[in-house]
Design a protein around this ligand. Structure first.
Ligand SMILES: [Fe+2]
Ligand SMILES: [Fe+2]
Length: 165
């Protein structure tokens, strides 16, 4: 069960931008992985991609790259709770793995690379080079908080609706 609306399903213009990526098995596999407790890594990736895309479009930024790199920013399959890397922390390593995996699916511009590699800014040191990367890293954090807490909000809404009747 998902607690989310999926507004991207009604947005033809957005769906067109990710049409060559979304049905790839490497992307669909993310739907089997629980992410932020209550959602899948695919739904999280679509949330980040779509919300970032809408902001980018509104402010005249490069919305196509934001949509695509947003979708691919967490393209990794390991469980961070039981996988450790010598190269560094999960926050440092998983954007690099996602970038390598994304490269196997599509070409990536410098901007798209920056969006994926820097999306953990705050937990990692190197700051985003582009305003589009900044949007994605902020939306990623916002979605992480929202996704982790949505069932509480969902239960509260249900409780309030019940009390109102
Ligand atoms: Fe991530
Ligand atoms: Fe993420």
């Amino acid at each position: 069960m998902t607690f989310y609306d999926k507004p991207w399903e009604q947005d033809e213009e957005y769906l067109e931008l990710i049409s060559d990526l979304i049905d790839r098995p490497e992307v669909q596999k993310l739907d089997e992985i629980v992410h932020h407790h209550h959602t899948t890594r695919l739904i999280h990736s679509l949330n980040v991609s779509y919300n970032s895309y809408r902001i980018a479009k509104k402010f005249g930024m490069k919305s196509r790259e934001v949509a695509r790199a947003g979708l691919l920013h967490d393209l990794f399959y390991y469980d961070w709770r039981d996988t450790k890397f010598e190269e560094g922390s999960h926050a440092y390593v998983h954007p690099r793995i996602a970038y390598e995996n994304a490269l196997k699916l599509t070409e990536l511009s410098e901007l798209e690379k920056d969006i994926i590699i820097k999306h953990m800014w705050g937990a990692t040191v190197a700051p985003p080079k582009y305003k589009e990367s900044f949007v994605v890293t902020m939306v990623d954090k916002y979605c992480a908080i929202k996704e982790s807490s949505t069932p509480v909000a969902y239960k509260w809404r249900a409780f309030r609706n019940r009390s109102a009747h």
